[in-house]
Design a protein around this ligand. Sequence first.
Ligand SMILES: [Zn+2]
Length: 161
Amino acid sequence: MASLPFPLAFSEVPQAWTDKYKEAKSAGLIPNIEPPKANSAGVVTYGANVKMSEVCNWEVDGCQLDSSISMAPDGVLAIGLDDGATAAVDGLTKMLTEQNVTLSHFVIGSAIVNFPSAMTTLAQAKPAQHIACHSWSHLQLPLFTDEELVADLGWCQQIVS
Ligand SMILES: [Zn+2]
């Protein structure tokens, strides 16, 4: 596992990540959507000019995902756990091994800093588990700039790999 700065500094992003972002942006792979605002209750709202069909986040179902990603095959139950890695991973992993079950674990980079052994346990679990980044900060990602998103998701990916 990499040694990372904590707390996360958005300005400390490797140049390669910034270069990849700029490459994707100039290729038109990243849409130009007016940034949303959050009200005092934290509810995110988009401007009147935003095409909501282009917005993809958990509060707005505009995501155009291939069904092979978003739907389990017939006869298969897909289970995802949010907000790991936590101190509960040891017991959970024991149960998953005993039951020969694989889950999708969406882990938070800053949580891994607090529970590094839990991430190691999860990464070495038998059967192998699906591990995905659920951001570094677990803040409201729609409110982030593109550059902040690159940092948040990049640092999460870095600590997971
Ligand atoms: Zn979460």
